[in-house]
Design a protein around this ligand. Structure first.
Ligand SMILES: [Zn+2]
Length: 145
């Protein structure tokens, strides 16, 4: 089940935050949905009989304040996309908050990376499938005579 239809992230300085979100969304293959003076949207809005999408808006708000316990997690389609999300975000003014890698405490294939946007909002990208051979299996085979 796809639980979320859309979400909004708020920032005090939209002009400063927008290049960061443009970069991470592009890395995840997500296009811009709209752009206004005080908001920018990414993803795809749901429509009648075409409702399997999610989008998010980035809104300028004087009340915006980061919360270290709040985050938004975007779906990636591969571990390479998770890495691309992380690298693109760092180049566009983000701060590393968790290197790309497996988080086996969540489940065996949970591959994620974490960033803070230029205002300190936490964002994550995750891929839930294994798209790489397990390194342990390769090491075992090559160690055999
Ligand atoms: Zn998360």
């Amino acid at each position: 089940m796809q639980l979320l239809d859309h979400v909004s992230i708020t920032v005090t300085d939209l002009a400063r935050a927008t290049p960061f979100y443009e970069a991470i969304m592009s890395a995840l293959g997500v296009s811009k949905a709209y752009e206004m003076d005080d908001a920018v949207g990414f993803g795809q809005r749901n429509r009648p009989d075409d409702d399997a999408h999610t989008y998010f808006s980035l809104f300028q708000s004087s009340a915006a304040a980061p919360d270290p316990r709040r985050h938004w997690c975007f779906r990636a389609r591969s571990t390479a996309e998770v890495r691309a999300f992380f690298d693109a975000g760092l180049r566009a003014g983000g701060v590393a908050d968790g290197e790309p890698g497996l988080r086996p405490d969540y489940h065996r294939a949970y591959f994620a990376a974490f960033l803070k946007d230029p205002e300190g909002n936490r964002v994550e990208a995750v891929f839930h499938q294994s798209d790489q051979p397990p390194p342990a299996a390769d090491a075992k085979q090559s160690a055999r005579p």
